[in-house]
Structures are given as structure tokens and as C-alpha cells.
Write a protein that binds this ligand. Structure first.
Ligand code: AMP
Ligand code: MN
Ligand code: MN
Ligand code: MN
Length: 278
């Protein structure tokens, strides 16, 4: 059992990197990748646990991109996360995220929702503030009844208070990842795109740009979706990756390795991806 997609307190999860590494080991996972959104900040603490666990701890990231007008998330796995160029590139995203957050606060205030950056800073356990933290602050202020409600009415991809950022092209993300010795994998294709989107054509194009695989195993895929993406990976000779997208308490019901219970990413995926690094 392996899990190549998870989040800690360094983005929008609720567990520390150490706790996740130890939990993966206790659960008998062969590998766990920490893939916080647009940050490498948790990886030193994550990898520091490696001597104490049998689970292979994989340094990763989930980069926010835009593809054909929609949000696309690109996972980078097996990164040389200390690479200075990669760190500089990722830090430039953190600055854009901060500006984006300020604009979103202004838009929400203009709609009569009195939230402030200080509220968000108090909600987030580390420097990175994501819409997950916006949702929690909105609930606290009584402006939303639940995270789903917050995303549906106020901060979701199609809401007026949402400000997309930072418009990384998939090609740029691939370049950042490969130049840091990693392998690029599209996260949860099918999420954030319209029904009927031609993933066969899109993935062919993304493969040309250097993407090596995409998630075919994902907790909220139905059996048809999983079968579709597995077949597509076979057709395009790309690696069918997968993971739980664990967020701790921010995604209740999702556990490391097994997702909602039925996730099973084959161990062979790990070796295939490792061979495609850089
Ligand atoms: P950001 O990177 O700040 O734009 O925030 C994106 C994060 O918000 C994602 O990684 C998810 O964890 C969360 N998110 C996005 N859409 C939804 C949704 N509809 N419901 C719950 N959480 C969501
Ligand atoms: Mn998230
Ligand atoms: Mn994602
Ligand atoms: Mn994720």
C-alpha cells in the first residue's frame, strides 16, 4: 500500500509532518508522499523522521496551475526539495498567494462579510493561508454554515469572491519539478473541470509537455472514473498514480493510504514513477 498525495499543517491539513510519517509507518504503508500546496516548508520535518520509519517518505508538492481556463493541480514527487532554484520559484508563489488572499478579503468585505487577514492568520497554523482557512473563518463569523456552503456561495472556483492564483502553466510546473529532479503527475483529473471534458486529448498534450502520469486512484472517484483513467494511462503509456489527498481533520473520513476505505494504489506505481525522475 502506498499513498502519493497528502497535506500537513504546512498547507491546509491539520496534522504535523512528523505525525503523518509515524502514522503511515504504523499503518504499514510502503511509501507516503507529503505534497503540501505550493510550499516545501514541511519537508525538512517530514524527511527528518525517515531514520525512524520503514515507510519511504517521498518529498513532494502540489502546484496550483491553470489549464484551459480551469484550475489544475500538478504533483511533483521525489523532489530535490533543497534545490535553491526550486525554493526561489516556490517562494515567488507564496507572495502571489498572499496578494490573492488580500484581494479575496477585500471582495468579501465589499460583500459585507467582515473578515480580516488577522482572522485568517489566527486560523492557519503556519504561514500558508488557503481557501480551507477562509472557509473556517467564514463559518466562525456566521457567514457560512459549513465548508461546502462557503465554497458553494462565496469562495468556490466559480464564485465572485474567489480570486484565482497564480496562473502557473502546466509547462512551467513541469519545468520546476523536473529541474529539481522530480516527476510531474496531474492530481485528481476530473475535479474542477466540466463533465465531458476531453481528458484523453488533454492528457496527450500534457504528456507532450513532460507530465509522466496522473491520478487514476483517488478517494472520491467512482468505479467508472477509476476504470476510465486506468485505461487512459495504459493507452498513453503514462503512470496511473494515486493517493488519499489526506487533510487530517479538514477532510473527515479520509485516512492515509486507504482514503475513504477502498483506496488501493499498487506498489508498482512507486517504482515506475521513480524511474521517470528528472
Ligand atoms: P487555495 O489553494 O487557497 O485556492 O485553496 C484550495 C483548497 O481549498 C483545496 O486544496 C481544497 O483543500 C479546498 N477546496 C477547494 N474547493 C473546495 C470545495 N468545493 N469544498 C471543500 N474544499 C475545497
Ligand atoms: Mn487542500
Ligand atoms: Mn488538489
Ligand atoms: Mn491535494
Amino acid at each position: 500500500m502506498i499513498d502519493l498525495h497528502s497535506h500537513s499543517i504546512f498547507s491546509d491539513g491539520t496534522d504535523t509532518p512528523e505525525a503523518m510519517a509515524l502514522a503511515a509507518d504504523a499503518a504499514g504503508l510502503k511509501a507516503l508522499a507529503l505534497t503540501d500546496h505550493d510550499t516545501l516548508a514541511g519537508l525538512d520535518r517530514f524527511l527528518a523522521v525517515q531514520p525512524r520509519v520503514a515507510t519511504l517518505l517521498v518529498p513532494g508538492i502540489e502546484l496550483s496551475c491553470r489549464f484551459m481556463g480551469r484550475p489544475l493541480h500538478m504533483l511533483g514527487l521525489f523532489l530535490d526539495y533543497r534545490d535553491p532554484l526550486l525554493r526561489e520559484r516556490v517562494e515567488s508563489m507564496a507572495r502571489k498567494r498572499l496578494e490573492r488572499n488580500l484581494t479575496m478579503v477585500e471582495r468579501l468585505q465589499a460583500r459585507g462579510v467582515p473578515i480580516t487577514m488577522a482572522d485568517l492568520e489566527a486560523e492557519a497554523p503556519t504561514d500558508l493561508i488557503s481557501r480551507t482557512h477562509f472557509a473556517r473563518v467564514l463559518i466562525r463569523h456566521g457567514a457560512a454554515g459549513s465548508p461546502e456552503d462557503a465554497f458553494r456561495r462565496l469562495i468556490g472556483d466559480d464564485c465572485s469572491c474567489y480570486v484565482p492564483f497564480p496562473e502557473l502553466l502546466p509547462l512551467e510546473a513541469v519545468q520546476w519539478i523536473r529541474e529539481a529532479g522530480g516527476v510531474a503527475v496531474v492530481a485528481h483529473p476530473g475535479r474542477g473541470f466540466p463533465r465531458g471534458f476531453r481528458w484523453d486529448e488533454a492528457m496527450q498534450e500534457l504528456k507532450r509537455q513532460g507530465v509522466r502520469g496522473f491520478e487514476a486512484y483517488y478517494p472520491d472517484y467512482g468505479p467508472l472514473e477509476e476504470r476510465y483513467f486506468l485505461a487512459l494511462a495504459g493507452t498513453l503509456d503514462m503512470v496511473p498514480s494515486g493517493g488519499s489527498d489526506y487533510h487530517g481533520g479538514h477532510k473527515p473520513g479520509i485516512r492515509l493510504g486507504v482514503g475513504g476505505g477502498g483506496l488501493a494504489v499498487p506498489d508498482t506505481v512507486l517504482e515506475r514513477l521513480q524511474e521517470l525522475r528528472g
